[in-house]
Design a protein around this ligand. Structure first.
Ligand code: SF4
Length: 429
């Protein structure tokens, strides 16, 4: 079986076995990711964010050698396992929850981006950390790992379209305008005009920006705790890049929608007037996840009609009406724990990435678990990590000591970025 057919086979199986599955979002899902490297108008490849154009500064992946492009599944499997055997504890392979099964099978740890970055930290004996996720995750692993460890992203073009929606220049320009309007001096309670908060799904440069400007990082698990931390220190928050996580979290904390203006980086003052910024509590960056914005209230209604009593859990990167209509909203870790804790056979309709949902369905056969979106549409950027790229970077290191596709965060960014991450770890609910 050619490795490039794997997604198609998953799609067929899903159509037969999953209650809500009905085909895939793109026929290009059957193609290998190297078919999309170096194109004239590079996007993120097949999947939910394929229509998002990668910004000019986004890393591009050059062609990988032909032997890895032509190799079948069995050959790639043999190559990868041989390197894992040879390197032993010197190598750690990390696989994100949203990663495809053909890659996750080689992971020593599977988890969300922050769990994985910490897992890397707990393996100081590993010389090489191969992160089967996306660019910002590999950066975070580099921030948290030791100086003598190298982090590799098997395909440099595995960016995150949401993270790429906020670049450091646009955020700095926003900050300068906010400072003009709101000043930079604390009020009589010592609270600064604005505290910057960046979601983990952002470049290291933005984490560094937050570290330098009294700000902090958050994950989808701790966003409310982090916002509380920020409100203790600031009159308002600038939240980037995900508007939905910011809005859903602040709304649940009682912040009125009219005090959450959106910042569109292409417009002066983000498309707001000065009064709206002065009255704001949370300024939301105009970013989103192309995977999670596919979920709709109609899908929830259909799930409830098809499966009365169904438990609907969605990720907080989903739009607000979807989160409001769901029974629960929470991070990937929350979703996993909620399913794990269910003692009676339960029907779960899940609003998050398809690879994770399918894996949960296989792991918990006592439950009926399906993705709210009937169309199989994986995260395009995760899709770019293919066993061919994994075999390529692993053999290069094992045979020649060559570190391909290394992700390194320079000290001028890494030092303040770690400050923002440490503030997050110290923030208590
Ligand atoms: S699922 Fe969305 S936020 Fe996560 S890596 Fe993919 S594009 Fe980025």
């Amino acid at each position: 079986m050619a490795s490039t057919n794997t997604i198609e086979l998953i799609t067929r199986e899903e159509a037969q076995t999953r209650p809500a599955a009905a085909g895939s979002c793109s026929p290009d899902l059957v193609k290998a990711p190297w078919n999309f490297d170096g194109g004239a108008t590079p996007a993120y490849g097949p999947g939910a964010s394929m229509a998002d154009i990668a910004p000019a500064a986004t890393p591009r992946q050059g062609q990988i050698p032909e032997e890895y492009r032509l190799a079948g599944d069995d050959e790639l499997h043999a190559k990868i396992m041989a390197v894992k055997e040879k390197l032993g504890e010197k190598l750690v392979v990390l696989g994100h929850f949203y990663q495809r099964d053909e890659v996750v099978r080689y992971a020593d740890f599977v988890g969300d981006s922050f769990q994985l970055a910490r897992a890397a930290k707990e393996k100081p004996e590993a010389e090489i950390i191969v992160f089967c996720g996306v660019h910002f995750m590999a950066e975070t692993a580099d921030l948290l790992s030791g100086a003598d460890q190298s982090v590799i992203l098997p395909n440099l073009a595995a960016g995150c379209s949401m993270a790429d929606m906020a670049d450091i220049d646009s955020v700095q320009a926003c900050w300068d305008q906010l400072t003009d309007v709101l000043g930079s001096e604390p009020d009589e309670d010592g609270r600064l005009p604005v505290i910057p908060v960046t979601y983990m799904n952002s470049s290291a440069a933005l984490k560094g920006f937050c570290g330098e400007n009294g700000g902090i990082v958050c994950t989808s698990s701790n966003a409310a705790t982090v916002l509380e931390w920020a409100f203790e220190r600031g009159q308002r928050v600038l939240f980037f890049p995900d508007q939905h996580l910011g809005r859903n979290t602040a709304k649940a904390m009682g912040v009125p929608l009219e005090q959450m203006p959106m910042w569109n980086p292409r417009k002066p003052l983000g498309g707001n007037d000065e009064q709206a910024l002065q009255d704001s509590r949370v300024i939301l960056w105009h970013g989103f996840c192309s995977v999670h914005k596919r979920f709709t209230v109609d899908q929830i209604e259909k799930a409830r009609s098809d499966y009365p009593g169904v438990r609907v859990i969605v990720h907080p990167e989903c739009p607000m009406p979807v989160v409001d209509a769901a029974d629960e909203a929470g991070s990937t870790d929350y979703i996993r724990k909620a399913i794990d804790a269910a003692t009676e056979p339960t029907v779960f309709a899940i609003g998050t990435e398809i690879n994770m949902v399918n894996r949960l369905a296989a792991e918990y056969p006592q439950h009926t678990i399906f993705c709210l979106d009937p169309v199989v549409c994986p995260c395009s950027t995760m899709y770019r990590i293919h066993p061919g790229y994994l075999a390529w970077v692993l053999e290069a290191y094992a045979e020649r000591g060559e570190v391909l596709n290394q992700i390194t965060v320079e000290d001028n960014v890494a030092v303040p970025a770690r400050v923002a991450l440490e503030r997050m770890l110290a923030a208590k609910p």
